[in-house]
Design a binder for this molecule. Structure first.
Ligand code: SAH
Length: 340
């Protein structure tokens, strides 16, 4: 068999894979510097941008040139740069937005935990234990400065995914939905928008709830939304007919996941539904970003992405039957379970 023309040599392929960090860090820097916000009003030269943002002009040009080579910004003649559909998502007010997510990738904690991936593979433990001597969420509670981009990044992802989740499932059949680990409330707000007769409860750690309660996302639902701070390892708000969890169960291996699900099982009313919004790992050898999200789960919170069978087993171990896996237009699926 002859190699098709233009197939990169193995050394080129590996070089490109290794240097993925260069691209990731460059995007993160653009997000931190707010470059996409500046280009929103039209193309600008790197000189203009450097003056406005008080940056080194030569260095800024080099950052923009590199980014334009991967589709983040477009370089026009004369050192002028314009927005692209990709760079547009780095604007502060973009919808969907990935600016906070991009900034998070160069936060101190994120750099440190990824530096310890090999340690995590050796020990099976999440890297905040190596880097900081404690679990990731405990670390965030103690270092709120490091939690800012993380919480905002979760909101970015939530606001991006929420329309797909709401479009894929009829939430109006419920009377009370608890969003367990609901963060700032982006998903719950979108669900309540679609269900005028439903009451919602946002449940998360007390320091997150303190921010969410006064934050903008759920303000429009003040009359039918409750806030509850606590740990889902101890209890969750009881008596609801839907327990919704997005990007929660993947944060935990089975020990932790079992605890959370058993509290939902105790709390759920008969005829209620467990709605786990998470990813499903795809077939072997195929590129699937979920397999890298899985490594993020390994190094940071100490969680895992699961296959369809693993989801089924996890539900069954906690008194739920996995009724359906509902795909959405986002990379997330809705795993719907019934208490048995
Ligand atoms: N569901 C949200 C947030 C996912 S991030 C979204 O999709 O955007 C995971 C969430 O779990 C964070 O908001 C974190 O504060 C919360 N969390 C972590 N440990 C917790 C605990 N012990 N009790 C309650 N919430 C917890």
């Amino acid at each position: 068999m002859s190699t098709p023309p233009n197939t990169p040599l193995p050394i080129e392929s590996l070089f490109q894979l290794i240097t993925g960090k260069w691209i990731s860090a460059a995007v993160s820097a653009a997000a931190r510097l707010g470059l996409a916000d500046q280009l929103d009003s039209g193309p600008k030269s790197s000189v203009e941008l450097a003056v406005k943002l008080e940056l080194n002009e030569g260095a800024l040009y080099r950052l923009l040139r590199a980014l334009a080579s991967v589709g983040v910004f477009h370089e026009e003649a004369g050192g002028t740069f314009s927005q692209t559909p990709v760079s547009e998502l780095l604007r502060t007010n973009a919808k969907p937005c990935l600016r906070n997510f991009a900034m998070m990738f160069t936060d101190e904690w994120h750099m440190k935990v990824w530096q310890e991936l090999a340690w995590s593979v050796k020990t099976g433990r999440p890297a905040p234990y190596k880097a900081y001597g404690m679990g990731g969420f405990e670390f965030f509670a103690q270092r709120p400065d490091q939690a800012v981009n993380f919480n905002n990044a979760m909101t970015d992802l939530s606001l991006g995914d929420a329309p797909a989740v709401v479009a894929a499932y009829d939430f109006s059949r419920f009377t009370h939905i608890v969003d367990v680990g609901g963060g700032m409330g982006g998903l719950l707000a979108a669900v309540l928008d679609a269900t005028p007769n439903v009451t919602g409860t946002l449940f998360d750690m007390p320091y997150v709830i303190d921010q969410a309660r006064t934050g903008p996302l759920l303000a429009r639902h003040a009359g039918r939304c409750n806030f509850e701070g606590g740990s889902f390892f101890e209890s969750v708000t009881p008596g609801a007919d839907a327990y919704l969890m997005k990007y929660i169960i993947h944060d935990w291996v089975d020990d932790g996941a079992n605890k959370i699900l058993s509290h939902c099982r105790k709390g759920i009313t008969s005829g209620g539904k467990l709605l786990v919004v998470d990813r499903v790992v795809g077939p072997r050898n195929q590129f699937d970003i979920t397999k890298f999200m899985d490594l993020e789960m390994l190094v940071a919170p100490g969680g895992i992405e699961r296959t369809e069978n693993e989801w089924k087993t996890l539900f069954a171990a906690n008194g739920f039957r996995l009724d359906r896996i509902i795909p959405t237009h986002s990379p997330l699926s809705i795993m719907e379970g019934s208490p048995v």
